[in-house]
Ligand binder design. Structure first.
Ligand SMILES: Cc1cc2nc3c(=O)[nH]c(=O)nc-3n(C[C@H](O)[C@H](O)[C@H](O)COP(=O)(O)OP(=O)(O)OC[C@H]3O[C@@H](n4cnc5c(N)ncnc54)[C@H](O)[C@@H]3O)c2cc1C
Length: 149
């Protein structure tokens, strides 16, 4: 197996292609990771959620990390890690343009609202939240099989 660094452009291409990412946040030294859909546009990853633990934690500590990976075989995989900053896009004139961008991106997936909005059985419906993650640093690594292997 040969492992190489990926360029930022390769990471971005993968971020556009990938369906599900892992979003990590932390509060009082305790990390928390959940699967989530994200949508890349420019210097932001956009997302849709409802009010719960991850939103409450990101409000308190906006430093987050997003990871994606794809694996073809034991020796062929790629992963990208994004370090970023959580920003909530509230229903205010200030965020109107950004919310429009987010809503346009969300349409790429059918029933995009379901994983966030469908209430857990026997629990109440929660407030919808549109957010974005301002991308700071992106790193990526790719493993390939040496030619002839
Ligand atoms: C493929 C996929 C795509 C998803 N896409 C989205 C999305 O775009 N937006 C979105 O908001 N959610 C999405 N989800 C659901 C997401 O993973 C969380 O379950 C959900 O957002 C609730 O998170 P919360 O922090 O609000 O949890 P809360 O409802 O506040 O619950 C908190 C507690 O429940 C547990 N918990 C919460 N979620 C999970 C989980 N997934 N697995 C195990 N334990 C859990 C945690 O231990 C935590 O202590 C997706 C899930 C999957 C599998």
């Amino acid at each position: 197996m040969v492992i190489q660094e990926m360029t930022e452009q390769e990471c971005r291409t993968m971020l556009v292609r990938m369906d599900v990412a892992r979003l990590a946040c932390a509060r009082n030294g305790q990390p928390y990771v959940v699967p989530i859909h994200v949508y890349l546009d420019g210097t932001f990853l956009y997302g849709y959620a409802t009010l719960g633990q991850k939103i409450e934690w990101m409000r308190q500590n906006p430093l987050v990390c997003v990871e994606i990976d794809e694996r073809t075989s034991h020796g062929e995989w790629a992963s990208a890690v994004v370090f970023g900053h959580y920003e909530e896009l509230t229903r205010t004139p200030e965020h109107e343009g950004s919310r429009k961008v987010a809503e346009r991106l969300f349409q790429k997936r059918p029933s995009w609202w379901e994983p966030a909005s469908v209430p857990v059985l026997n629990q109440e419906r929660r407030t919808p939240i549109v957010f974005r993650i301002r991308i700071g640093r992106v790193t990526g690594r790719r493993a390939t099989l040496p030619t002839g292997a």
